[in-house]
Design a binder for this molecule. Structure first.
Ligand SMILES: [Zn+2]
Length: 463
């Protein structure tokens, strides 16, 4: 069902569950903020892309985001250091989500009331360095109530000291603000909508919002009489209406799943269910946030990998249900003429090479230790050219396109499974044995199927 909203989501691990995928898929959040446990995990990253392909990924790095001391002593050096930290994670392949669809957060809630000058210098240095790396940034992550007021700002937030940051922002960067309701007001009070005083013409993300310490009875007490999950969602809805009216705002990320350690006992999942019941799941489709954000100027060098069927094009995707089938397709079908070579995607070790009665026909399975992924190449023309436990290099020919096994024409059924050697990790999106979307797994390890197939299409049109 199409969705129309600017709701995003925090995704924290404490309450993460199998149903998260369905929830994310149902909501089609415009942004998802995740921490290390998600963005450095190829399987989770791939599943997230499958569940919500248009989501903007808002990446937070916990240790980095908490290093605030340097704001007092060397803010410029700290800003550069943090940008280099992110770039290193991207270049080493630790960051598994698509770069062009991601913003990377600097220090969380910088103590700008204490180090205003340091915060501005830090952020300018961070932005400059991130642009050199070709990465887009979330900017500021200002905590509730900030920017503060000034004696001459008539009690309103004063954005003037932050002007050098706006000047440094480039297309693709996003201003991030945190806002909380004051529960005793039963609504959004003084601490909210401080962006209406912000003169910057930049995309804005509300990186945290919802309820927090203001919950009656003290912080982290959970659902209480005055606030039900449905009431909370009504509350979010009112805030959503205010924020939607400001066309700069691209997403709100309320705490619907969890907050932090102290909230570990606070089961917020009923709010997620209430959100799914809300009108947000009807109406015109949500424009993907990435469509209104420019991609970064420079893309980092991808880790090399090889498209498995040269010249082949995608004829069937992961997750689509073929006519007459009862379950969704669990691989990627790549069509090509019989006899087209099938190439090994990354360096690896052959784990299986034989005829499979179950439908794969002649097929090879390769374990890739560096990526921690198995690749499957099915329906090959010939009996195995390789034996189990032989090492294979990226780009080596594993076999040739055929139509053996359960196949209606020449193609390669290409499958990816994530997990440890000899044990496929469980997945949570209705697929078994670690099966993940091959397009996403390829993307995460340096092979962009869209670029490859587009190139093949263009070459085909020219031929
Ligand atoms: Zn297939």
């Amino acid at each position: 069902m199409p969705v129309s909203h600017i709701m995003g989501m925090h995704w924290l691990r404490y309450h993460s569950a199998a149903t998260d995928w369905q929830h994310i898929a149902a909501m089609q959040y415009t942004s998802v903020k995740s921490f290390e446990w998600c963005w450095n995990n190829a399987g989770y990253a791939a599943e997230l892309m499958v569940a919500a392909p248009n989501t903007l990924h808002v990446a937070r790095d916990y240790p980095l985001s908490e290093q605030k001391e340097g704001l007092a002593t060397d803010p410029t050096g700290l800003g550069r250091y943090h940008a280099d930290e992110w770039a290193g994670k991207v270049q080493r392949g630790d960051y598994k989500l698509p770069i062009a669809q991601s913003i990377f957060l600097p220090i969380n809630e910088p103590p700008c009331w204490q180090y205003l000058d340091g915060t501005v210098k830090y952020t300018v240095a961070y932005l400059r360095r991130m642009h050199e790396h070709g990465l887009r940034s979330g900017v500021l992550n200002l905590s509730v109530g900030w920017p503060g007021t000034s004696p001459d700002s008539n009690g309103q937030p004063d954005w003037r000291p932050y002007a050098p940051i706006e000047a440094e922002m480039r297309a693709g960067d996003v201003l991030v603000m945190h806002e909380y309701g004051v529960a005793n007001d039963h609504g959004w009070g003084y601490w909210c909508n401080r962006i209406e005083h912000c003169p910057w013409q930049v995309p804005i993300l509300i990186g945290e919002c919802g309820i927090d310490q203001a919950v009656a009875g003290g912080p982290h007490k959970g659902w209480q009489d005055f606030l039900s999950p449905d009431g909370y969602v009504d509350w979010l809805d009112a805030y959503h209406a205010v924020m939607s009216a400001d066309k700069r705002v691209i997403s709100l990320e309320p705490f619907t799943y969890d907050f932090s350690h102290p909230w570990g006992s606070f089961d917020v999942r009923p709010a997620a269910a209430a959100m799914e019941r809300k009108r947000w799941t009807t109406g015109a489709p949500t424009p993907p946030p990435i469509a209104i954000l420019q991609p970064p100027d420079i893309l980092p060098t991808p880790i090399d990998g090889v498209w498995p069927v040269p010249g082949g094009t995608i004829t069937g995707r992961f997750g689509q249900t073929y006519a007459g089938a009862t379950t969704p397709h669990n691989g990627l079908d790549i069509g090509a003429p019989e006899g087209t070579p099938i190439l090994c995607v990354w360096d690896g070790v052959v784990a299986f090479a034989d005829y499979d009665e179950g439908g794969y026909g002649n097929y090879i399975r390769v374990w890739h230790p560096a990526q921690r992924v198995y690749t499957f190449y099915g329906h090959m023309r010939d009996p195995a050219l390789w034996a189990s436990w032989q090492t294979v290099k990226a780009g080596q020919t594993l076999g040739f396109v055929g139509s053996t096994g359960n196949s209606t024409g020449p193609h390669c059924h290409f499958e990816t499974r994530t997990g440890d050697e000899d044990s496929y990790a469980d997945t949570t999106f209705g697929y078994t044995k670690g099966r993940s979307n091959p397009e996403s797994i390829l993307w995460a390890h340096g092979v962009d199927p869209h670029t490859v197939t587009l190139r093949a299409k263009i070459q085909g049109a020219q031929a």
